[in-house]
Design a protein around this ligand. Structure first.
Ligand code: PYC
Length: 412
């Protein structure tokens, strides 16, 4: 039993200490991070822990984890398509592996294996290419065929009957799922303990600069002087960048997800089908957590739609016909900032002191530790870490793209 619970029982049920504090807004901070999701919180954590920079404010317009960090389907993996992507996400998986020990707080990382199904010859070709690239980067990933898929996931239909029979899969054993709220709370707690100020319900309304250099951030609670601002938002990354006069090649699309009623444990791998536009895992509560492709129109809406529910139910039943009696419990939407090459944008911008960690599309949550750690390094040293160089903003004008569309879980 966790020691805190025992202490609480002995102490007559007095409230547990708060995991993070509230603070008045200071007049000045060394670093201001806009966005209280896992990325912003991770960056604050690593600024304090690895770089000794603790005079940091996180500004979150709602509550921490209220954006993509609390709305994703918690999948962690590094089986990407480009060497740059694989190296980057692999560092993230390794950081996730250490997280429970580092926080002394169980983030429930379950490396149960991740299967991306191929239903066409073209998809199988892409899986083979991904497996090669993954293996060359030392990442455990290989193509498997229906017999092994059935062994790893007995309820799946690998027969020839479905409209899109399963021809093979990219199998990535280190991939899995995690508790996303635990990740957010872990970073927040530890950043707070090292002196970071987390300001919830604090909306950014303007960014000031003089002679091409950031000087202050205006918020719904007052003005903050600073020479360093990190835009770590999703959904509103272009709005925030516009305030600093920086244009980002990003278009925002909704992405919907849902959970079923709890079922007895029967699915202990993550299943993804790009052709059927569905990914699914079973949570520790027994619910099936499922998602689809982004909605086919740009929008800031996070409402669910009947079209999504019908589509995902139909596609799930093609994979798992035995689930026809299962009810969907709730559904929700999040916002995905898509870039032209489906890779994120991390690093410096033409405005000195305004740096970005944005454009994550459908890949954001899984990258939180590595982007936080490496963005903290960039801010502290004023140099771009090697791992981040491929993802610089200037790659679009230099025609040096990092095409990751082929590694998306579902078609976009
Ligand atoms: O890239 O693994 C992924 C993913 C799952 C859901 C959205 N993106």
């Amino acid at each position: 039993m966790p020691i805190q619970l025992i202490k609480q029982a002995i102490n007559g049920n007095r409230p547990l200490p708060r995991m993070w504090q509230t603070h008045d807004l200071k007049e000045r901070y060394d670093v201001v991070i806009i966005g209280g999701g896992a990325h912003g919180l991770a960056c604050a954590y690593y600024l304090a822990k690895n770089q000794g920079i603790t005079d940091v404010a996180i500004l979150e317009k709602r509550y921490i984890g209220s954006g993509g960090s609390g709305r994703n389907t918690t999948i962690i993996r590094s089986n990407y398509l480009t060497p740059e992507g694989v190296r980057f996400y692999d560092e993230s998986v390794k950081l996730y592996e250490q997280m429970s020990a580092e926080f002394d707080f169980n983030v429930m990382f379950s490396q149960r294996g991740h299967l991306t199904l191929a239903h066409t010859d073209g998809a199988l070709r892409t899986m083979r290419r991904r497996a090669e690239v993954n293996q060359l980067q030392g990442v455990d990933s290989r193509v498997i065929y229906p017999e092994e898929i059935k062994r790893l996931c007995p309820p799946i239909d690998v027969s020839e009957h479905p409209r899109y029979p399963i021809l093979g899969a990219l199998y990535h054993p280190p991939g899995g799922i995690i508790r996303h709220d635990a990740v957010v709370w872990g970073y927040a707690t530890h950043a707070d303990r090292m002196g970071v100020h987390i300001h919830q319900l604090t909306e950014v309304i303007g960014i000031e600069s003089e002679q091409g250099k950031v000087t202050a951030v205006n918020t719904s609670r007052g003005r903050i002087k600073t020479g360093m601002v990190l835009n770590a938002t999703a959904g509103w990354c272009t709005t925030i960048a516009d305030m600093a006069d920086v244009r980002l090649p990003v278009t925002t699309f909704p992405l919907q997800a849902c959970v079923t009623e709890p079922l007895k444990p029967f699915l202990d791998v993550v299943i993804v089908s790009g052709s059927l536009h569905v990914y699914v895992s079973q949570s520790d509560r027994g619910e099936l957590v499922m998602g689809a492709a982004v909605d086919p129109f740009a929008s800031y809406s996070t409402r669910g739609s009947l079209g999504f529910t019908e589509g995902i139910a139909g596609h799930m039943l093609e994979l798992f016909p035995s689930l026809s009696h299962v009810r969907i419990l709730r559904q929700w939407g999040g916002l995905c900032d898509m870039t032209p090459d489906y890779s994120p944008i991390m690093g410096f911008t033409p405005v000195e002191g305004f740096v970005v960690d944005v454009g994550w599309g459908t890949y954001g949550f899984k990258a939180s530790p590595v982007s936080g750690k490496r963005m903290a390094e960039l801010i502290a040293t004023n140099k771009t870490p090697e791992l981040l160089r491929p993802f610089r903003l200037s790659r679009f004008s230099e025609n040096d793209l990092v095409g990751e569309k082929g590694a998306a879980s579902v078609g976009h």
